[in-house]
Design a protein around this ligand. Structure first.
Ligand SMILES: Cc1ncc(COP(=O)(O)O)c(C=O)c1O
Length: 461
């Protein structure tokens, strides 16, 4: 478990902004300039030894973490509204997952399930079969990363259908391996300079109500018509889609969009793959975001939150599809590591315990209410959207265009005040919030007050 964070500094609360923005209730968390001297020193060493392509969004080096607060090497605290991009959904240093992992480390750390199997892998697969949407026999394969899960889901869908085509939608993000960077909407920074991207990938419009104003069935008609023309339904092995796009800017599709795509895929034998890597496992107030939309995919890819920070991913879905590859065709050395499986079983227990998902929904209500109050005051907030502990605000210029400079300014101002806010959106103009679902009301209010201060400073600049 994480060591306790150093005591908070007892400096006075920030003064209320003159506009009436909410006063920040908590103590000042940041005691040095940001980054502080030790982080700057480590940053220089990073530049010397770590590839420039591995570039942290925030220049602060973390020394410890406790539930929803990170403490850096200079003793500064940051309320973590990023959770390592949606990984520590049950909080940093989650006691149950840590205890389960430590117990497993004491017994054995690795054998490779494909050589000499162990129970944890089978039990995680059984629990995922029960937890994922759809009342049909399911099987899983476990991996280590999200991109690996997506790659495997596509392999399985191609083997099942004996077709090659992959359909994806605008603003999608599915990873940084060679196949997944062909699925992503954004070329920069993921794919530029990395050579040819894989073929047989067909991209169509997503449902993006803030921009297209379409209802779900019209948005689905548009997407399907384009795929029928450019790919041909009979050429498609699968559709890969995030029920709510995270990296793309917390984009919630219009009601009916996902079920209409699902129906069209079923009619044409196209495997529906839901990428629930960011949205899954309790983040949105349901176990899977698909459940909010009446969406029942054939295969579900999970990763991130599943083992509370220990690398683990999974593809779970219809048993007859999951059995399509030959024996030995799936897996890798570290796939479904036993320590990660032990942590995952604790995570699943905690998520299924009474009250956990309800708390995620409450977190979302509190954040959404706070963000809408800020939207009424600051025109730079064009749209507020989200479910549970996944929220985004789309930042716009007075002309209504995407405003990435506003994200950069606000995230910097928030960081200096002790709050981590992630970027999102294909133009980098969406401010994304992925707190732990264990975050307290007091910390939510403090984070909203910090954001209010940042917006006030930005509005006056
Ligand atoms: C929706 C989605 N899919 C796939 C991935 C890739 O996962 P990983 O970084 O574990 O490969 C991510 C990571 O951010 C994601 O958000």
């Amino acid at each position: 478990m994480n060591p306790a964070a150093p005591a908070q500094t007892a400096a006075p609360a920030a003064p209320a902004a003159s506009s009436g923005a909410p006063a920040r209730p908590g103590p000042r968390r940041v005691r040095t300039e940001v980054p502080g001297p030790r982080s700057r020193e480590l940053g220089e060493r990073r530049s010397e030894y770590v590839s420039a392509a591995v570039s942290p969004a925030f220049p602060v080096f973390i020394a410890s973490a406790d539930d929803s607060v990170l403490t850096d090497v200079d003793g500064n605290e940051f309320i973590d509204f990023g959770s390592g991009i949606g990984v520590t959904t049950l909080g940093h240093g989650n006691a149950g997952a840590t205890a389960a992992a430590v117990d497993q480390i004491d017994r054995f750390t690795h054998t490779l399930f494909g050589v000499t199997p162990y129970e944890g892998y089978v039990e995680v697969s059984r629990r995922l079969a029960l937890a994922t949407p759809g009342d049909f026999p399911k099987k899983s394969m476990l991996g280590s990363t999200g991109a690996e899960a997506i790659e495997n889901a596509i392999k399985i869908a191609r083997a099942h259908t004996r077709r090659n085509g992959i359909a994806v939608v605008d603003h999608a993000y599915h990873g940084r391996t060679n196949l997944t960077l062909g699925l992503n909407f954004k070329a920069t920074p993921y794919a530029i300079g990395a050579g040819p991207r894989p073929g047989e990938i067909y991209r169509t419009a997503n449902s993006y109500p803030f921009h297209d104003g379409l209802n779900g069935s019209d948005a689905a008609r548009r997407a399907i018509a384009y795929l029928e023309k450019t790919a041909g339904a009979e050429n498609l092995a699968c559709l890969v889609i995030e029920p709510i796009q995270g990296e793309g800017g917390v984009i919630l599709p219009a009601e009916g969009f996902l079920p209409a795509l699902q129906e069209w895929c079923r009619a044409h034998g196209i495997v529906v793959i839901a990428d629930e890597i960011q949205t899954g496992l309790g983040r949105t107030g349901r176990m899977f975001a698909s459940e909010h939309f009446g969406f029942v995919p054939d295969l579900v890819a999970t990763a991130k939150a599943i083992a509370s920070g220990i690398p683990l991913s999974a593809v779970t879905g219809r048993a007859e599809i999951m059995d399509s590859m030959s024996p030995g065709g799936l897996s890798g050395t570290f796939s479904g590591n036993p320590v990660a499986c032990a942590a995952a079983l604790s995570v699943l227990d905690q998520l299924e315990a009474p009250g956990t998902l309800e708390r995620a929904a409450e977190v979302g209500d509190r954040i959404g209410t706070g963000l809408r109050a800020l939207q009424a005051r600051y025109p730079v907030i064009g749209d507020v959207r989200g479910l549970g502990a996944l929220h985004g605000i789309e930042l716009v210029t007075p002309a209504g265009d995407p405003d990435p400079s506003a994200y950069r300014a606000l995230s910097r101002l928030a960081l200096e005040r002790g709050l981590i806010l992630l970027p999102g959106g294909s133009d980098g103009h969406v401010l994304r919030m992925l707190p732990a679902i264990t975050v307290s009301d007091a910390l939510i209010d403090e984070a909203l007050a910090i954001l209010g201060e940042a917006l006030e400073v930005h509005a006056g600049s």
